[in-house]
Structure formats: structure tokens, C-alpha cells
Design a protein. Structure first.
Lengths: 231, 291
């Protein structure tokens, strides 16, 4: 396996970042999940927050200059990543043009039929690399390269809650209404983020997602339901 | 301690009046920012002079022209922006403790200095706590900001309805005179050409009207020739170089990750001063190293 030893960047007296200068991959994700759990085990009381990116783990310490012993800890850490979870969540998506208001235009742009488009989008099993942007917004890998589409040059002011969209080589779900530059191809009726629930998001980094096409009638029946765990 | 619930009514407010406490800590992995106070110095001050627990919720006021009606007696503390204050028609100093009798009207007029005012209340504002914080935040709390006619709850004491301001502490706003904002090199600072780094550090920037709890958009004379990065974490005080060349200084309600180069990181002790700067005010970056 590739040497996946991160470099350490000290950003400010309370911010430290681990950075991997390698392409995004499942191997890298395995390594990040392993290191995250080791950091939590050893430094939890000193940490205010940890945020992940595709190639980064960023730590906000409680105290200024509070990362005492962290570099030594990393240097001595034996890198033994565990294999990724096979936990897979089924997210029902209605690709009706009323919800997926950019789908018709995107399909014509490729050009493929809407049915092919939906098939290409709902066939892969996507991997959650981290959650960011909005509460509960998953950053996924696994989009079919045929569906890659540059973001809109002029972002939409309000993308509706539950929208499933494509931006660049990524696809994602908007857990709440938000401005956004991605192309909307459908909507899920399930509630991705619920601040009354614990945890507020049912999935986490490393989990997998599969989109299941549903009709408008099914959409109505599944409103605010929780998703199904396939495995 | 006797805790009889009472309500304050928002008679009139501009946009951005919110309940804020120290924020949600440790929820970054779910994409949730902390949403703490924009000016933590003023926030801590009002709770300190009221002898409140340090995480008591206060009112964060972003616009002049707030009118409140308190139905029952309490004690309030004001800090942050220096504002024209009238209690039941009588002019008061801002940055102080105020005894509030029953059926009082408090008017907050123009801000003479600073741009964010904190109004703390004895025992804190009593509102819903979500994920460990009362800070208003879209998608998390039911309410996102106060509108005219809204109410919030606080505790009074119906038995002995007097609250005495035993001291008269004065809030110093001198930290708000700071116009050199200390910064550290961001993770993508080294991507910039030396010439552009020098320009950034020698340029005088202006606060634009596009500043809120999410961030401050700052015009710059720079061209952005740098591509976006693999999405990575951002924090309050992260300075992003956007595709148009403008700078985006991310603040307390900003998203937890971003894809624009993170060229600088503000020293967090200078965030209160930066956040208090008004539209049109000038500032410069002062590069620090901490090794």
C-alpha cells in the first residue's frame, strides 16, 4: 500500500492540520478514519472540534498551543488502517422533473435519455468521505464520470431541502434549503438532518449510500421517514 | 433562587437580532459550525457584570433601532457597540448595568462606535437549547432571528421585584480601535506568488456592507490565478481567496468546509475587533509567526 503518512501544518495557536498530498481514494479514507479514532482516544479532552476534508484532518484545540506531544504521537503511531465499513444506507430519490428541475437540461447536455441518466446515478454505491458545507451534507465519491458537470457559473439562490444534485465530479444531498451552484436532478423525501435526533445525522464518514428511484406517489408516502439500512 | 418566568417583547428590530451563547462545540463532523458570539469580549463582559454563568444566552444586536418591552423587573448588561440607549425615555450610558423596572421600554438607537451590541439579562435568556447551545442557527433552532412582535423568556422575581446594580462597571471599547488585524499564513499561503503575498500585506482593505455572521466579503485588487483545492476544513477567521479575486473572511456561522484556497487565518484574539469594524472602515493584515 501507498505510504500514507500525513504532513503536519500548524495554522494558528489553536489549529493543527494533517495533510495528505495524494489523490482522494478509499485507502486514504481508511487511513483518515483510523487516525481520527487514534486522535480521539489519545487527545479527546484537549480537543474542541475536529473537521475532515478530502485530504485533511483539522483539529481545533481547546487551549492555545495545546497540541503538546501531538507530533511525537503521530511519529510513533503505527499505521494500521482498518478496512472501511460496509454499512450502506438506501436513500429514496424522486427524479421527477418537478423536483429535478435541472435533470432534463443535463441529460440533453450529455446527451443521454433521462432514463439512462437516472440509471447511471442510482446504480453506484457511493462512499461518504466527510460531512461539510451544511449540517448533514455528505461529500460522496463514486459518481459515474459520464455525469460529471461543472458547477453553475451563477449559483441558485434557494435550492430546496432534500434536493439531490451534481456539482463537478460529485453528487450530494442538500439537507436544508440553501443557495448552491450544483445541478438539481431529484429530491429525497427522507429527513437527512434532524437537530432533535441524536446523532442529528444518521450516516457518518466511511458509510455508503445508494440512491433508489421512486415515484411521486411513493415520495409523498415517505416524507420525513428515516432511511433504510441495507447492510 | 426564585425564578418566575417573564417575557420581553421585541417591539421593533432590524435584521440579525439573535440569541447567542458560546455555541456548539464538537459538531464539526456533522457539518455544524459553533455559532458562538461575534465579539466574545463583549459577550463575556455582559455575563460577567451580571454575575451570570459564563455560557448564559444573550441578545446579539447587529442593527440600530431595537425597541424592547420588559414586562417584569430584571437587570440587564450592555456591551460591544457604543450605542444611544434610552430606558423609559431617559438617556443612559451604554456599556453598563441597567436596572429594569416592570413595564419598561428600552430603545437602542444609533451605534456611535462598533457594529455589534450585546444585551445580557440576569440569569440569561431562556430559550430552547439544541445540540448543547441556544445560539440561533438555520436548520438547528426553530427561530433564526427575531422579528417585530416576537418574545423571549427570562427570569424575574415576583416576591422581591427589585434588581440592584451594585456597581457601575464601564466597558472599554478601546480594543475596537485596532485596525491592524493579526494573521497567520493559511494552509494555501505558499501557493501565492511572493509578489501577491507582499501586496496582500501592504494593502489597505475596506469593510464592505457584505458582512454578516457567515462572513465578510472584502474587495481586493488581486486576480485569482489559483484553482480550487480539495474541500478542506475552515474555521472562523479563515481568509479564502474566491474565484473573483475577492477575499472571504469566514466568521462565526460559516460552513465547516470549503473549496477555495485558505490563504490566511486571523488571530482569534483579533476577531472581536475585526467583527466590530463598521462598513467603510479600513484595516490591514499583519503577518505573525508563532514559532
Amino acid at each position: 500500500m501507498v505510504a500514507l503518512i500525513p504532513s503536519i501544518r500548524t495554522i494558528s495557536p489553536r489549529l493543527t492540520e494533517l495533510f495528505w498530498d495524494v489523490p482522494v481514494s478509499d485507502e486514504l479514507l481508511e487511513m483518515k478514519i483510523y487516525i481520527l479514532s487514534e486522535i480521539s482516544k489519545n487527545f479527546a479532552p484537549s480537543i474542541e472540534d475536529i473537521r475532515s476534508g478530502f485530504k485533511t484532518i483539522s483539529i481545533q484545540w481547546k487551549e492555545r498551543y495545546g497540541n503538546f506531544g501531538f507530533e511525537e504521537f503521530l511519529a510513533n503511531l503505527s499505521l494500521k488502517p482498518t478496512s472501511l465499513d460496509t454499512k450502506t444506507w438506501e436513500i429514496p430519490v424522486c427524479y421527477d422533473l418537478e423536483f429535478g428541475f435541472d435533470l432534463d437540461r443535463l441529460a440533453k447536455l450529455k446527451p443521454i435519455t433521462i432514463e439512462e441518466f437516472i440509471h447511471l446515478h442510482s446504480s453506484p454505491t457511493y462512499r461518504i468521505h466527510f460531512i461539510g458545507f451544511l449540517p448533514g451534507f455528505p461529500y460522496l465519491s463514486g459518481l459515474d464520470p459520464k455525469l460529471t458537470t461543472p458547477r453553475k457559473s451563477q449559483p441558485d439562490r434557494a435550492i430546496p431541502s432534500g434536493s439531490v444534485a451534481i456539482g463537478g465530479n460529485q453528487t450530494g444531498i442538500y439537507p436544508q434549503q440553501s443557495p448552491g451552484g450544483w445541478h438539481v436532478i431529484g429530491r429525497t423525501p427522507i429527513r437527512v438532518f434532524n437537530s432533535k435526533a441524536s446523532p442529528p445525522v444518521f450516516f457518518e464518514m466511511g458509510d455508503q449510500i445508494k440512491f433508489k428511484p421512486i415515484s411521486k406517489e411513493e415520495f409523498e408516502g415517505l416524507k420525513n421517514f428515516n432511511p433504510l439500512q441495507l447492510s | 433562587m426564585i425564578r418566575d418566568p417573564a417575557f420581553a417583547k421585541i417591539i421593533k428590530t432590524g435584521p440579525g437580532t439573535k440569541v447567542i451563547d458560546l455555541g456548539r462545540k464538537g459538531w464539526g463532523k456533522f457539518g455544524i459550525p459553533s455559532a458562538g458570539p461575534m465579539d466574545i469580549l463583549a459577550f463575556r463582559w455582559v455575563n460577567h457584570i451580571l454575575r451570570n454563568p459564563e455560557n448564559s444566552a444573550v441578545l446579539e444586536v447587529q442593527q440600530p433601532g431595537l425597541v424592547l418591552n420588559f414586562e417584569a423587573p430584571t437587570l440587564i448588561g450592555l456591551a460591544g457597540a457604543q450605542a444611544e440607549i434610552k430606558l423609559n425615555g431617559v438617556q443612559k450610558n451604554s456599556g453598563c448595568l441597567l436596572e429594569i423596572p416592570a413595564e419598561s421600554e428600552l430603545k437602542i438607537g444609533g451605534f456611535d462606535k462598533g457594529s455589534i451590541l450585546y444585551l445580557g439579562i440576569k440569569q440569561g435568556i431562556q430559550s430552547e437549547s439544541k445540540l448543547g447551545s441556544k445560539s440561533f442557527f438555520e436548520g438547528i433552532t426553530e427561530q433564526i432571528q427575531f422579528s417585530n412582535g416576537d418574545k423571549f423568556m427570562y427570569f424575574t422575581n415576583q416576591e422581591i421585584p427589585t434588581f440592584k446594580a451594585r456597581a457601575n462597571p464601564v466597558f472599554s471599547t478601546s480594543y475596537q480601535d485596532k485596525t491592524h488585524i493579526r494573521v497567520y499564513p493559511g494552509p494555501e499561503w505558499d501557493l501565492l506568488q511572493k509578489e501577491m503575498q507582499d501586496q496582500l500585506l501592504n494593502h489597505t482593505f475596506l469593510i464592505t456592507p457584505f458582512k454578516n455572521r457567515m462572513g465578510a466579503q472584502i474587495d481586493s485588487p488581486f486576480k485569482n490565478e489559483y484553482s480550487s483545492i480539495a474541500t478542506a476544513a475552515v474555521f472562523p477567521g479563515t481568509v479564502q481567496l474566491t474565484p473573483s479575486g475577492k477575499l472571504m473572511i469566514l466568521l462565526q456561522d460559516a460552513q465547516v468546509t470549503g473549496g477555495y484556497p485558505r490563504i490566511l487565518q486571523l488571530e482569534e484574539n483579533d476577531l472581536p475587533a475585526f467583527n466590530q469594524l463598521k462598513t467603510g472602515h479600513e484595516f490591514r493584515f499583519e503577518l505573525q509567526s508563532f514559532t
